[in-house]
Design a protein around this ligand. Structure first.
Ligand code: URA
Length: 201
C-alpha cells in the first residue's frame, strides 16, 4: 500500500488539472496543501492569494508572513504543520495591473471540498484549525459561522475530524487601528497555542 505521502502527492498531481469550477481559468495554477503527510495539526485558510498563486505554495504572501510570526510566537514550527486552503485556486478580478482578491462563493467552496476531504483523510491530523469563516464553512458544511461564537469551541467535523476556528490573518491585516491589530494578533497566537496543545497531547 502507498504511503500517505505518496498518496498525497498523487492527489496533488490530480488537483493540478482541476476544472471542477471556473476558478482555474483566472488563476495561474492549483495551490495544493503542503507539510508533513502525518502532521498532527492542519491549518486551513480560505484560498491562495496573488503571491501564493504565482509561487504555487500556500501562505507565502503578506497573510502568510503574519501567520509565520503568529506560529513562531506560539512556539509552533511551520514545518511540522500541514497548511492548506478550502479553495485551491485564486479567485480574483483584474483591476489594472493588479488582481483583486474575491471571496469564493458557496458553489466554488463546495465543489473544491473534494480536495480538502482527501487531504484530511490522508493526513489524519489530530486537530484542524480553520482560519476564518470560509474555511470553517467548508469544514463544517454550515452556511452560517459566527466567529466570535465558535472561537475556542471544539467542533466535531464530518468524517470524525476535530476542529477549531480562529481569525484569518488577512482579517488582521485589514484592521484599520494598531490596537485592534495587536489584540487580534494576540488572540490568534492564543488560539494557535491552544490548538497545538490539543494536537500534541
Ligand atoms: N490567504 C489564505 O487563506 N491562504 C493563503 O494561502 C494565503 C492567503
Amino acid at each position: 500500500m502507498a504511503s500517505a505521502a505518496a498518496e498525497l502527492k498523487a492527489v496533488a498531481e490530480e488537483a493540478r488539472a482541476c476544472t471542477r469550477c471556473p476558478l482555474y481559468r483566472s488563476a495561474t495554477r492549483t495551490v495544493f496543501g503542503e507539510g508533513p503527510a502525518r502532521a498532527k495539526l492542519m491549518l486551513v485558510g480560505e484560498q491562495p492569494g496573488d503571491l501564493e498563486d504565482l509561487a504555487g505554495r500556500p501562505f507565502v504572501g503578506p497573510a502568510g508572513k503574519l501567520l509565520d510570526r503568529a506560529l513562531a510566537e506560539a512556539g509552533i514550527d511551520r514545518g511540522k504543520v500541514y497548511l492548506t486552503n478550502a479553495v485551491k485556486h485564486f479567485k480574483n478580478e483584474p483591476r489594472g495591473k493588479k488582481r483583486l482578491h474575491k471571496r469564493p462563493n458557496r458553489y466554488e467552496t463546495e465543489v473544491c471540498k473534494v480536495w480538502i476531504d482527501k487531504e484530511m483523510s490522508l493526513v489524519r491530523p489530530v486537530l484542524i484549525l480553520a482560519l476564518g469563516v470560509t474555511a470553517a464553512q467548508s469544514l463544517t458544511g454550515r452556511r452560517s459561522i459566527v466567529l466570535s461564537r465558535e472561537r475556542g469551541r471544539m467542533l466535531e467535523l464530518p468524517g470524525g475530524h476535530r476542529g477549531m476556528v480562529t481569525t484569518h490573518p488577512s482579517a488582521l491585516l485589514r484592521m484599520p487601528d494598531e490596537a485592534g491589530r495587536r489584540a487580534g494578533f494576540a488572540a490568534l497566537v492564543a488560539d494557535l497555542e491552544a490548538a497545538a496543545l490539543i494536537a500534541n497531547a
